[in-house]
Design a binder for this molecule. Sequence first.
Ligand SMILES: Nc1ncnc2c1ncn2[C@@H]1O[C@H](COP(=O)(O)OP(=O)(O)OP(=O)(O)O)[C@@H](O)[C@H]1O
Ligand SMILES: [Mg+2]
Length: 243
Amino acid sequence: MLFPELQSLEDFEYIKNLGSGYSSTVDLYKHIQTNKIVAVKKLSIKNLSQSECRKTYDTEITILTKLKGCSNVVQLIGFGFYTTIDNSTRRTKTLNNYFLILEYIDAQPLDKNNERITKQFYYKLLQTVQKIHELGVVHRDLNLNNVLVQNNEPILIDFAFGAVTNGKQKFAEFYGTKPYVAPEIVDGQSYLPYPTEVYSLGVILLELINNNESQEIAAQMMQQNPYKRPNLEDVIAHPYFQF
Ligand SMILES: Nc1ncnc2c1ncn2[C@@H]1O[C@H](COP(=O)(O)OP(=O)(O)OP(=O)(O)O)[C@@H](O)[C@H]1O
Ligand SMILES: [Mg+2]
């Protein structure tokens, strides 16, 4: 780890905002001493409770630590929190502002007009998801906002909904982003995580490549019955992806 758990961002200079979602804001910063450029993901104290912030912080640190050195996965550089005082209500509260320091991904849009590049990109994404599963992690929010593009390669980000698992136990919490969420999760059933990841990857496939072959493969991956979906190994071995 480059930095120990930090108590402030005072060693960093703010450069610009990179993006934000419901649960966080991500900004570009420079580490003043080394000039290293990093992305700082600050968990939103506006939208999340303190315990939700803490849970997300712990989850992302645990998972990104497990995925250290894994190619095509954003790398964790550091983390920490600073406190601020909230005077907005009658009772003054101390708030923990949690942040993660991440490798900066200089993301570019994917050239979707080039089928060979798009296919290679998607194939790499399949392999990356297979790899994180092997390392004992499921993402649970696979969608194209959480896959950045760097040099036409996918970089998986946002493990806020991730979990450590060997894939054998069922989960019950609703996680994910519509329309990428598998129907069994939408229906509120307990679910096995791997087939739900295959479902999300089917939606992504259609978004990236829309032709007869991709539609056929995606239809298999997006079957209602999770037990009928192919597993990731089967998808990866499909002749369409052998090039
Ligand atoms: N390491 C990074 N390098 C560059 N940009 C990043 C990085 N991490 C995140 N971003 C940008 O910030 C956005 C939000 O990041 P992330 O998905 O981790 O947070 P989030 O709050 O869960 O977002 P959402 O709620 O929209 O899913 C990303 O979609 C991306 O545009
Ligand atoms: Mg996200």
